[in-house]
Ligand binder design. Sequence first.
Ligand SMILES: Cc1ncc(COP(=O)(O)O)c(C=O)c1O
Length: 457
Amino acid sequence: MTTYTQQEIDQLKMSALQHLWIYQREPSEMAEKGGPPVFVGGTDCHVTDIEGNSYLDCMSGLWLKNVGYGRTEIADAAYQQMLELTYMPAGSTAVPTVKLAEKLAEITPGDLGRCFFTSGGSESVETALKIARAYQRRVGEAGRYRIISRRGSYHGATYGAMSLGGMPSAPRIDYEPLMPGAVHVAQPNPYRCEFGGETPDECGIRCANAVEDLIKFYGPQTVAAVIAEPIASPPGVAVPGDTYWPALRDICTRHGVLLIADEVITGFGRTGRMFACEHWGITPDIMTVAKGITSGYIPMGAAITRKEIADVFVGSEDASFRHIITFGGHPVAAAAALRNIQIMEDEELPQNADEVGSYLLDGLRELYARHESIGDVRGKGLMCGVEVVKDRATKENFPSHVKLGDRLTGMFRQNGLLLRGGDAMNIAPPLCATRDDIDEIVTVMDSVFTDLESELL
Ligand SMILES: Cc1ncc(COP(=O)(O)O)c(C=O)c1O
């Protein structure tokens, strides 16, 4: 790992403040804290900053470091591919790209089997939206242009993807008007069910029915697709009741609406299965992936389509899917993805996420029993969430002047955890996490919540 002098560190931080836009960070606020954190290395679940401090990364970077940091096998695979071929002539492909498409067809549910590769999650979602609308035209349903998504979800930063969902921390007001035809329904979050469902299953069925009501309200002949994350990352991981996904699959099929499962976060082992759709035994018409496909070692994503849908684009030039992304299917990214998936399979990381994730959830349940300010804990695999409340009975959050997010984040950091605090928190360490890593997370959270409650309650 390269080491830096204090002068070099100061210079780097100054340059970052002057020349960089860092997502979700505002320069003057960062300057007050001495500049942005800069990281230089990592192994498994731990990362080291430029000052030499080590932290346990409870967010896997941004939900993507699935096999953990420091896997030289992936670097080697990318390096070997760089020596062989780094791009291919227009309109052709390369060996690892084909092998990756074949591998994804093998490991994704049902007959998902044709991949359009992209450079990341937003492009995967854009691609899925375009496939959905173009598919409906190809089958004589040109009036179907609406896309239904859930309030509170996040599907990406580009115009189409941004028009979907609606996460409070990614407000869209600056960028309006957005994509026409984007309409929204409730998030199946059993803790705060919009329809008063008292159990996860009741909430799930009511939220699924709300999708059908919306389809009927606009008319099925105007609706192209529904897009949803199998388990939503905001707000603090909403795990739907088991009724939700089978009902949603059925509703979409009955109304000729394509179902897009956005597995950008949940894909590649995060929830204890290779893909989260497997928890409910359903096959979406299109699945979007990114992040964990390479464990973030290099940018890549894909929109993966069921054979029946993809076949509509086969047979003539007019029928073909007209869509180009220069870096989609980059052979170096494909080689890295193949090696990454092989590590997941060899080391049974989805199974580890399931087992260690249950251990984490048990630990969080103990914290819930001890701390009044924890309103709810939930999760599947290593995708867990905690809601922080001022009052458990009313589920009221702490007022904004308390600056709960900054306060908690700072306290976690002082104790060696990279964990973003807030009203709803996500805990998602790399899938190679051990029980010792989980013990560390739960122990630090316990002491931080003890301190928080002595200050605020
Ligand atoms: C569910 C989901 N879809 C899409 C995206 C967009 O991915 P990217 O930031 O790689 O464009 C994200 C990003 O966090 C996501 O969580």
